[in-house]
Design a protein around this ligand. Structure first.
Ligand SMILES: NC(=O)c1ccc[n+]([C@@H]2O[C@H](COP(=O)([O-])OP(=O)(O)OC[C@H]3O[C@@H](n4cnc5c(N)ncnc54)[C@H](OP(=O)(O)O)[C@@H]3O)[C@@H](O)[C@H]2O)c1
Length: 272
């Protein structure tokens, strides 16, 4: 397609996105370049995916049209100062997946005219079911934003949301898979308590969550209506629901989301 994408950092998230992009056909291996300080992960990616690799972030920036920053938040300042020296940087679109760092921080180092997109993906991107929330600065045109959406749609779904909502997004989407894993584990533990073999319990619990999530996402029905449809009067399911309500399940989940968002806000403040 003639457009090149560069990934800075050959970690878990970038590898998931890179593989999704290749599977979707959006980029060919020859249009993808990856940088990392050590060669091990690069050699593996080169061998398995055929992408180009380098240990030089600035060389990557010179070559790529879209540059995805896939390093941990603490490494972002170092990488930005490296990229700042690349003369053609303002012609490129930078995409960050780093949690908690506001757009203003990047603009403070690279300038407000640097086309820049902040995103919050989540780990289900590794199985093509990620959710990525996107916020762009004023330097990004409609074509650039559409391309960013296509990149993240290759590993799930994406949504453009005002940056002011990113703390809530971090809780509802970035961190929420961990909350769901705790629920799956608890569901399976209950089933083991009642005699199901461990492996069977995990298989049933995870498939139930997957199926329920698909129903909630695709049916267009309110989650309450879906719950009502499976709770027969005087039946088994309403017994389970009563226990969850008695033990404050909804309140606990809401408070978990709130505290997660508060923590995200606290982290963002450190970059102001
Ligand atoms: N994992 C999640 O659930 C999740 C969700 C949303 C957003 N994110 C964001 O995604 C980003 C990456 O997370 P991850 O879980 O993929 O981390 P990761 O697996 O640790 O990947 C980070 C990669 O960056 C490389 N790196 C370190 N310093 C570098 C430098 N100066 N230049 C280029 N590459 C460098 C590391 O190389 P070495 O290992 O060789 O040192 C490593 O391969 C983070 O900013 C995180 O906030 C993660």
């Amino acid at each position: 397609m003639g457009v090149t994408i560069g990934f800075i950092g050959a970690g878990n998230m970038t590898t998931a996105i890179l593989k999704g992009l290749m599977a979707s056909g959006l980029f060919d291996a020859g249009d993808i370049i990856v940088s990392n300080p050590t060669r091990d992960k690069l050699d593996l990616l080169q061998k398995n995916c055929g992408v180009k690799t380098t240990t030089d972030n600035r060389a990557l920036a010179a070559e790529a049209d879209y540059i995805l920053l896939g390093v941990k938040p603490g490494i972002i300042p170092e990488v930005l100062h490296q990229l700042k020296g690349e003369t053609s940087l303002k012609e490129k679109l930078l995409i960050s997946i780093a949690a908690g760092i506001p757009i203003a921080y990047y603009e403070g180092i690279l300038g407000e005219d640097q086309p820049f997109v902040r995103t919050m993906p989540n780990t289900p991107a590794m199985v093509g079911e990620g959710m990525t929330v996107i916020a762009a600065n004023h330097g990004v045109d409609a074509e650039g934003l559409a391309m960013v959406k296509r990149i993240f749609d290759a590993v799930g779904k994406s949504l453009v949301v005002p940056e002011a909502l990113f703390d809530a997004v971090t809780a509802a989407s970035g961190s929420s898979p961990a909350m769901v894993y705790v629920f799956i584990e608890a569901l399976a533990d209950g089933a083991v308590l009642k005699g199901l073999p461990r492996e069977t319990a995990y298989a049933l619990a995870s498939q139930a969550v997957l199926g329920a999530a698909k129903m909630a996402r695709d049916s267009g029905l309110h989650p309450g209506a879906l719950k009502d449809a499976v709770t027969s009067p005087g039946g088994t399911t309403i017994e389970a629901i009563k226990v969850l309500e008695d033990r404050g399940f909804r309140g606990a989940v809401m408070e978990a989301v709130k505290q997660c968002a508060d923590k995200s806000h606290e982290i963002s403040n450190k970059f102001k």
